[in-house]
Ligand binder design. Sequence first.
Ligand SMILES: NC(=O)c1ccc[n+]([C@@H]2O[C@H](COP(=O)([O-])OP(=O)(O)OC[C@H]3O[C@@H](n4cnc5c(N)ncnc54)[C@H](OP(=O)(O)O)[C@@H]3O)[C@@H](O)[C@H]2O)c1
Length: 295
Amino acid sequence: MSLNQERVAMITGGNSGIGFATATKLAAKGYLVLLASRNQQASSQAIARIHDLYPQAVVESIPLDLSSFVSVRACAAAFNARGLPLHVLINNAGGSVPGKQASFTMDGFEMTFGTNHLGHFLLTNLLLDVLKGSAPARVITVSSELHNPDYAKGPLADFDYDNLKGEKYYHPQVFYRNSKLANVWFAYELQRRLSGSGVTSNAVCPGFVPAAIAARRNSPLEQFFYSQVMARMPFARSLEQASTSYMVAATDPAFEGVGGKFIVDGKEKASSKDSYDEVKARRLWERSVEWCGLG
Ligand SMILES: NC(=O)c1ccc[n+]([C@@H]2O[C@H](COP(=O)([O-])OP(=O)(O)OC[C@H]3O[C@@H](n4cnc5c(N)ncnc54)[C@H](OP(=O)(O)O)[C@@H]3O)[C@@H](O)[C@H]2O)c1
């Protein structure tokens, strides 16, 4: 680590979309940036793109598949073995699984919940000691306003412990929204548990970012629809705007020492009523500890 890389950031899903835009900004700011990703070839390409823009940037990849506890543990162990500090952890990776059938992680959890929540829950917990040792440090967990029934249209979050694996039904939007509610419960509960440690935890919503969605679509028509039509809607956010929101949460002095917030467009905003329920957040935490084998 050279002198201007005194600050270290890890971002999950940093190869593409908002994660990549944020990784680029962190690297430009002089952070040593670790792209935690399940596709090392895509990481090499992402690193090359950042180097094209900022030849001095120090960006590396570290293997991480959030849908496998073995992989998450290996990622944390590999990071911890390097003896680096960690000042910013951005739990950004995620998405949903389309279709009518649930799919499952290596450990048997429904894929969207397992990846978006459980993988990040385990990763963060395994990195907590290094985060505390690097304080002041920040954990940013990417959620979505779609967790909030006051905001979302369509099928709402329906967090039911008896349907976490799709035992009763599976609906991609419901399961995505549940996972994003879990992200907020996690971020708030983590902040309560970190109180006084110098490490803060916040949840962020990047807004609706059609450019990131377009890049994931195979159909040229859909790509056009998101990148040219939806991107022009007044409520749409560009990759630049969305990554600025992440950067505010991750680096802005205004958020130094501030945790337990839901940040949208770089500002604190209310999350759903349910997300402030501390009993529910604690229950999810305790169940997640069991599921992840953190004992
Ligand atoms: N775009 C929006 O409008 C919007 C709105 C609200 C919230 N968000 C949230 O913003 C975050 C970033 O999304 P994005 O829009 O930038 O989409 P994106 O480009 O698809 O980014 C998602 C990233 O997650 C990674 N990922 C998925 N499953 C993974 C796994 N099992 N292990 C490791 N990495 C995995 C993907 O890696 P691969 O390339 O290997 O698949 C990809 O790099 C997500 O949490 C999303 O829910 C997005």
